[in-house]
Design a protein around this ligand. Structure first.
Ligand code: HEM
Length: 248
């Protein structure tokens, strides 16, 4: 929310292992360059990123929401902070606590996880699930057997990529949730949303009532976009180039 992921220097978040599959930086730079030509020092990189996430969602069939603009860009970016995000191995209690710390509740957790209706993951996130779940030398019993076979075929190395939504990876829909009900969720954090009584009712509701999901997704994205935002005149800046802090 403060564009720290865009800063491109030694030891920045962008250089962390967790950021290795991030892409699209050039697109953000192009949008910024155009904005600086037409309307200099007015739109922050943090706002561009949030608007781009909304527009990308729309382009793949998801809902529209009004983005509250006015975020400032931060001046600090540390690679050590990149690993503060959940990695896909956490249990549901840890996920709930992680979201709660940011002011997001259980409904937000289930809703925002629905963004895994698009995109992909490196196999490193699922290797233990498919070969050695919790040190048992056996696969996770909550994986459908055919899906397990498919994953073992696709994941020859940790760096191979697999779709987060095995059925409709390029469409923003509620198949992600029906997948969970059929035990074909990719990450153990995804699948666990259907195994816990605190989250499973929301999974079922979204799987059967797509409109509920899309309308709640808009609400939860606005909440997510308001986490640790810098807005005061005394904090942050509007970067001229998203890759570096301004030199006064
Ligand atoms: C609930 C906690 C979450 C966990 C444990 C989690 C975990 C992951 C993991 C492990 C990946 C694959 C990363 C890689 O190997 O490149 C991933 C990808 C992705 N996540 Fe999440 N995530 C979570 C929440 C979210 C939220 C809140 C959003 C957005 C609202 C989101 C959007 C995405 C997207 C779009 C991708 C695909 C990226 C790509 O195609 O490169 N995730 N997530």
């Amino acid at each position: 929310c403060d564009g720290s992921i865009l800063l491109n220097h030694l030891g920045s978040e962008r250089t962390a292992l967790e950021s290795k599959t991030l892409r699209g930086f050039q697109l953000i730079d192009d949008i910024k360059a155009e904005l600086e030509r037409k309307c200099p020092k007015t739109v922050s990189c943090a706002d561009i990123l949030t608007a781009a996430a909304r527009d990308a969602t729309l382009l793949v069939g998801g809902p529209f929401w009004e983005v509250p603009f006015g975020r400032k860009d931060g001046k600090i970016s540390l690679s050590t902070e990149a690993n503060l995000v959940p990695h896909g191995h956490e249990n549901i209690t840890a996920l709930i606590a992680f979201f709660q710390e940011k002011g997001l509740d259980i409904l937000d957790l289930v809703t925002l996880s629905g963004s895994h209706t698009i995109g992909r993951s490196t196999c490193s996130s699922v290797m233990d699930r498919i070969y050695n779940f919790n040190g048992t030398q056996k696969p996770d019993p909550s994986i459908n057997v055919y899906f397990l076979k498919l994953l073992r075929k696709r994941c020859k190395s940790e760096l191979d990529l697999v779709h987060l939504d095995v059925l409709t990876p390029r469409t923003f829909d509620t198949i992600y949730y029906t997948n969970l009900m059929r035990k074909v969720g990719l990450l153990s954090t995804d699948q666990s949303l259907f195994s816990d009584a605190r989250t499973a009712p929301f999974v079922e509701a979204f799987a059967t009532q797509p409109f509920l999901f899309t309308s709640q997704f808009s609400v939860s994205m606005v909440k997510l976009g308001n986490v640790q935002v810098l807005t005061r005149p005394s904090e942050g800046e509007i970067r001229v180039n998203c890759n570096r802090v301004n030199t006064v």
